[in-house]
Design a protein around this ligand. Sequence first.
Ligand code: NDP
Length: 254
Amino acid sequence: MELFDLTGRVAVITGGNGGIGLGMAKGMATAGATIVVAGRDAKKNAAAVKELEGLGAVASAIAVDVLKEDSCRALIADTVKAYGRLDILVNNAGMSIRKQPEQYTLDEWRTVLDSNLTSAFLCSHAAYPAMKQGGRGKIVNIGSMMSIFGAPFAAAYAASKGGMVQMTKAMATAWAKDNIQVNAILPGWIDTALTRRARQEVQGLHESVLKRTPAGRWGIPDDFAGIAVFLAATASDFITGAAITVDGGFSVQG
Ligand code: NDP
């Protein structure tokens, strides 16, 4: 269907080499997009490209450390050089350091904020001229339940993910005139490398997520294929500045 067709569109996905990022990449690849996977781990990058090619997509990887401004700018420049355009940017790379607020060092705080929020600013900043020139663009920012709620172990992470939603709204208002839509996805609790570690570090997390999620299960990366296609495609052209939960009902449970 044309509304959801991504044929000819070029998508960059930071952290697209695993977890939720790869789930979104697979969705967009199936809809016809050319995918650039951007992560640090060369093995994961190569495996992701292979998986995407297996779906019949044109895919490649660019080694990126989103903590570095030069690396973010090179990612966008190299993509435009390779494919001649950039239509879709998914700011998905992220991490957490889980401890009580009083236990953070300033370096740890900055690492979380820079990995999750400043990286999204930098990649979007770098992508804007190419999208403007192409006459359209879709930016998808990955927030979290911590964009809405708090937790004792998540001061830096929650600050970064709350900031992600507000940055999404601000960029949406700024770039609507250029036909660039900027939206956020707020995942619930999803089974990935990130949360496997969280389950080890936070006692009782697994059970409390199961109990609170009306869908009765943890999410999986493939749950993000559909929303990624929707927010990247013509179907969502009048949607901008939104923060859409994909959480099995976690955030509406009373
Ligand atoms: P993963 O740990 O599987 O994915 C994180 C990704 O981010 C990896 O691909 C990693 O690539 C990349 N990444 C992290 N730091 C950097 C960096 N400095 N430079 C380049 N890439 C980096 O976890 P998820 O799939 O769960 O996380 C994806 C996003 O979803 C994150 O933003 C996370 O905060 C968010 N999220 C996840 C939830 C969940 O329950 N899983 C819930 C809510 C939000 P590499 O391995 O190559 O470094």
